[in-house]
Ligand binder design. Structure first.
Ligand code: HEM
Length: 224
């Protein structure tokens, strides 16, 4: 695989994943897993798809009411931490630098390489086009989960949100489909992280230091 090293390294620049990103990422990962496991417990009480039930070992909470308590606890963590991550990403310019631009040609090339199992990730500082799309998709899915979750939680107070999805059942279905998107993301994301363990270590330790902002595109406000 041909790799272009587009960022120079330096001893005094910010890390690839500064500490706020790492802390928020791991809090987010735990919160998402709590939300998924407890959501499956709540779903079982009133299924949407006739024969689809989630077995006890993958559910959080031994019965629906207990799952609901977990879901409400996780909800605040996910919403507040997720909001902090989005604000941080926009304000520091991280999203612009890490996730844009996305070029069709790059997407096609990355998909081709992945289908040939050429998924090396030699330059950790550059996300490939498919990674960028996946991260954007999961962020949109996370925001949608909060919106559809509010609609399902307080359908009277947020009746205008319910209206966006037609009916209460429509909002429930959208909430379920958002979960499915996040679970699919998680399966691919964790598999790739395990296949390229250097990325996992970088998300724990911060990864390489990048050249100072003045020598490259701004990561401007990011801490070191
Ligand atoms: C549903 C929960 C998760 C979500 C929504 C999520 C989302 C993300 C996002 C948006 C990024 C890009 C971060 C940035 O650069 O600002 C990222 C990076 C990363 N995540 Fe997750 N993540 C989740 C769970 C996990 C888990 C469980 C693992 C561990 C196996 C993991 C490992 C990583 C690694 C290693 C990176 C860096 C990838 C790279 O440098 O190529 N994530 N994740």
């Amino acid at each position: 695989m041909t790799v272009t090293i587009s960022q120079s390294f330096a001893s005094d620049g910010p890390r690839l994943h500064p500490w706020p990103v790492r802390i928020m990422h791991w809090i987010n990962a735990v919160a998402m897993i709590v939300m998924i496991g407890s959501g499956w417990g709540i779903y079982n009480d009133s299924v949407i798809f006739g024969s689809l039930y989630f077995p006890q070992p993958v559910r959080l909470g031994s019965w629906a009411a207990e799952s609901l308590l977990w879901h409400f606890a996780g909800m605040w963590v996910l919403a507040l931490n997720g909001l902090a991550y989005l604000v941080y990403g926009f304000v520091t310019g991280r999203f612009r630098e890490r996730l844009l631009p996305i070029r069709i040609a790059d997407v096609i090339r990355t998909v081709r390489e992945t289908l040939r199992f050429q998924i090396s990730h030699d330059d950790l500082t550059v996300y490939n086009a498919v990674q960028k799309i996946l991260y954007l998709v999961v962020m949109v899915a996370g925001v949608m989960q909060v919106i559809t979750g509010l609609a399902v939680w307080k359908p009277v107070q947020f009746s205008w949100l319910v209206d966006l999805f037609g009916t209460f059942q429509g909002a429930r279905l959208a909430h379920f489909l958002g979960m499915a998107v996040i679970v699919c993301f998680l399966l691919v994301h964790v598999t790739l992280a395990l296949l390229v363990p250097r990325t996992l270590w970088a998300m724990l330790s911060g990864g390489p230091r990048l050249a100072p902002p003045r020598l490259r595109n701004p990561h401007a406000g990011e801490p070191r």
